[in-house]
Design a protein around this ligand. Structure first.
Ligand code: NAD
Length: 473
């Protein structure tokens, strides 16, 4: 596939192979963008913004609705690309493709609700005879940088609201999974998005990141990815807006009165969805001591039934990790925990990029797999005695995206929802739940700002005040 710069689909001699991590076959190539390509994208996006900012809301919404319809018609094609270039099974990929339709549709709908307010200027002395309001205007050129694990829908969460607000976008998709993103951009252009308003530049973040991140023509960086890249980007950005959706180490509390069938099913799925490469995947299960053994037995039994392997087979529950290198990293983290005293209750074996769904307990507090985001198919069990202890443990790490609690006691649910430090608390569900239009984001190292269409639109626009001084009234 090619990249889209200044309205042209272009290739380069230097290319990057896009590899199916299940069998290491090369499924396609993309050009490796360079500094000159960044300059072309930046110049063209500035012109693109001159077009988008003058478009009516109606026209922008119609294009987004049409793009949603195109994706909907070609859902299986999109799902197949997601599954081939990434880690997801074909069923997981279908879910993502359907969610992308929702994201584009809701972007179109929300474009019609970018509202302002009148301002009561006479609410303090000095404001007499002044009347006015504020409205929201688009911010300009938005640089969108996306990760590999949701290669379509997380790109839709950047392009959809950015264009809905009237901005131009330069998209830098994940180096390993650029194809779904390019297909989405093709759909946007087919639907009528002015080509200069959307540039897609493929390549290595380390090579093309800095020239774009530090450029003053970029007015906002909308980044989804890991904390390390996030810190680097923040250090290079200079004075511009930054939105960051980063990683986590998500905790779920299973209280003594939980519905265990529900908790087991939901947490197994939440731990191993997309082979655990999921920013809201369950990593820590804090289980009340009265039900710990029963929960553990059922959880491990259910995990052992997981069918792993070929992503394209309908009955596969879990596919490979994104690269063999990532699977080796997870293997090392599990081995480190086991050597320091953790019990590996099931899993713990690797074949190439496939890593078995793995359940650990008795983790020493200093092991990497307890402290850091694992981003792989492993989950840690901890026994807890009381709610304060569970909440303290849940809040003890420098992340806070989502948290969960299973309980039938409303007081327990309420207390947890207030005391857990994070961007959202799921009651009687694992952390692996996101509605695309809810405010989504985290605290601490999990991010800055919120996405979720209506909320993204606040970040992607600025209020402008208009004040009339009317001395003669
Ligand atoms: P990553 O940080 O390695 O890469 C993300 C993107 O940043 C890629 O496009 C990459 O090429 C680019 N990049 C890397 N270095 C860069 C640089 N110096 N300048 C500019 N761009 C650069 O992340 P990943 O491995 O693709 O994705 C996994 C991470 O993303 C996990 O930490 C996960 O939790 C996080 N994530 C967060 C959310 C969320 O909404 N909070 C959603 C999905 C994934």
């Amino acid at each position: 596939m090619k990249m889209l710069l200044d309205g042209q689909w272009v290739d380069r001699d230097e290319k990057i192979d896009v590899i199916d991590p299940f069998d290491n076959s090369v499924i396609d190539t993309v050009p490796s963008g360079n500094a000159d390509d960044c300059e072309t994208a930046l110049k063209s996006a500035v012109k693109g913004f001159e077009i988008t900012k003058k478009m009516t809301v109606y026209d922008r919404a119609q294009i987004l609705f049409k793009a949603a319809a195109i994706i909907s018609e070609r859902l299986e094609e999109f799902a197949t690309i997601i599954a081939r270039e990434g880690s997801k099974t074909i069923n997981e990929a279908r879910t993502e493709a359907s969610r992308c339709v929702n994201t584009m549709t809701a972007s179109a709908e929300e474009s019609k609700r970018i509202l302002g307010e009148t301002i009561p200027f006479d609410s303090f002395p000095g404001g007499e005879k002044r009347r006015g309001y504020y409205y929201r205007f688009p911010i300009g050129v938005v640089l969108a940088i996306t990760p590999f694990n949701d290669p379509l829908n997380l790109v839709a969460h950047k392009i959809g609201p950015a264009f809905a607000a009237g901005n131009a976008v330069i998209l830098k998709p994940a180096t390993v999974t650029p194809l779904s993103a390019i297909k989405l951009v093709e759909a946007m252009v087919e639907a009528g998005m002015p080509p200069q308003a959307i540039q897609v530049i493929t390549g290595y973040g380390s090579k093309i990141g800095d020239p774009m991140v530090s450029d003053e023509r970029v007015r906002m960086i909308s980044f989804t990815g890991g904390v390390e890249a996030g810190k680097h980007i923040a250090s290079k950005a200079g004075i511009k807006k930054i939105g960051m959706e980063l990683g986590s180490n998500s905790p779920v509390i299973v209280w003594k009165d939980a519905d265990l069938d529900l908790a087991v099913d939901s947490c197994v799925s939440g731990s191993f969805w997309a082979a655990g490469q999921n920013c809201i995947g369950v990593q820590r299960l804090l289980v009340h001591k009265d039900i710990y053994n029963e929960f553990k037995t059922r959880f491990v039994e259910r995990t052992k039934k997981y069918k792993i392997g070929d992503k394209m087979k309908e009955d596969t529950d879990m596919g490979p990790m994104i690269t063999e290198g990532e699977a080796i990293r997870v293997e090392k983290w599990v081995n480190e925990a086991a050597q320091k005293g953790a019990n590996v209750l099931c899993g713990g074996k690797r074949t190439g990029s496939l890593y078995e769904p793995t359940v650990l307990e008795n983790l020493p507090p200093d092991v990497t797999i307890h402290c850091e985001e694992v981003f792989g198919p492993t989950v840690n069990l901890y026994q807890i005695d009381d709610l304060d202890e569970a909440i303290k443990e849940a809040n003890s790490l420098p992340y806070g995206l989502l948290a969960g609690i299973f309980t039938s006691n409303i007081d327990v649910a309420f207390k947890a929802s207030y005391d857990l430090d994070c961007g959202g608390v799921m009651i009687n569900d694992s952390t692996d739940y996101r509605l695309d239009s809810m405010p989504f984001g985290g605290v601490k190292y999990s991010g800055l700002g919120r996405e979720g269409l209506k909320f993204s639109l606040q970040e992607l626009t600025e209020p402008k005040v208009v004040c009339f001084y009317l001395p003669n009234i």
